[in-house]
Design a protein around this ligand. Structure first.
Ligand code: BG6
Ligand code: MG
Length: 233
């Protein structure tokens, strides 16, 4: 019988799901690619979809450093480097400006509504400083109880900072949450935060389970991933 001396049973139910944004709920990963590709072409730097995978989940500045490193070229002086980041971002913002709610990936809203109906809180954890703009253009903001993004954090994925901030904003501990990501560094960040991960696509293969797209995710699958992770930990 439960008495004052009895320890409460450990809470093993999934309480929160924390979603990456670009490449998970929206195809803005394609806009990042196009904007970087245009800049790289102008600068005479080689850049393709393979290299682009190394930019998933990575900050704007680190992305440009990766492109230079891939080309074995020295970085330009600080001012020129910053101007190149600004140019890429201006083009990206222009592309995002054309987005509408129709650009939300199929299955996202159904999943977010199912989670809400089950009393599970949802948050966004994105490296992007453009997160507020993307959420506004796509009408996604209203589905989330909390948002943490590149404007609130100083350490890039795989550091867990953005996932920990999102969990805290949900009023939950990391042990009550699961993360959803398409980036390899994103899966690492989720694990570093002490959460299990649902991966989207090839690059997310280190996740507890990998899905081809958000449309394949179900409340049942997320509960299962969480339950088997909680049993082991
Ligand atoms: C991540 C993207 O979500 O945000 C990266 O996967 C991007 O490709 C990063 O570089 C930073 O985005 P932004 O919008 O602040 O340049
Ligand atoms: Mg992503």
């Amino acid at each position: 019988m439960a008495g004052p001396q009895t320890q409460p049973a450990r809470d093993r139910a999934l309480r929160g799901v924390i979603f990456d944004l670009d490449g998970v709920l929206v195809t803005t990963d394609e806009f990042h690619f196009r904007a970087w590709k245009e800049l790289a072409d102008e600068l005479g730097l080689a850049f393709d979809r393979e290299v682009n995978h190394t930019l998933r989940g990575v900050s704007r500045q680190q992305s440009l450093r990766n492109i230079y490193a891939h080309n074995r070229r020295a970085l330009p002086p600080d001012e020129a480097f910053a101007a190149q980041c600004d140019r890429k971002n201006a083009r990206y913002v222009e592309l995002v400006g054309g987005m509408t709610p129709a650009d939300v990936l199929a299955g996202s809203i159904r999943l977010l509504e199912a989670l809400r109906a089950a009393g599970i809180r949802c948050a966004v954890a994105s490296a992007s400083k453009n997160t507020p703009l993307v959420l506004e253009r796509t009408g996604l903001r209203k589905y989330f109880d909390a948002v943490a993004d590149g404007n609130d954090t100083t350490r890039s994925k795989p550091d867990p900072e953005v996932f920990l901030a999102a969990a805290a904003r949900l009023g939950l501990t990391p042990a009550q949450c699961l993360g959803v990501e398409d980036a390899a560094v994103g899966i690492e960040a989720i694990h570093n935060a002490g959460m299990p991960a649902a991966g989207i696509g090839e690059q997310a293969r280190a996740a507890e389970r990998v899905f081809a797209s958000v449309g394949e995710l179900t409340l049942g699958a997320l509960n299962e991933i969480f339950a088997s992770w909680a049993k082991r930990s």
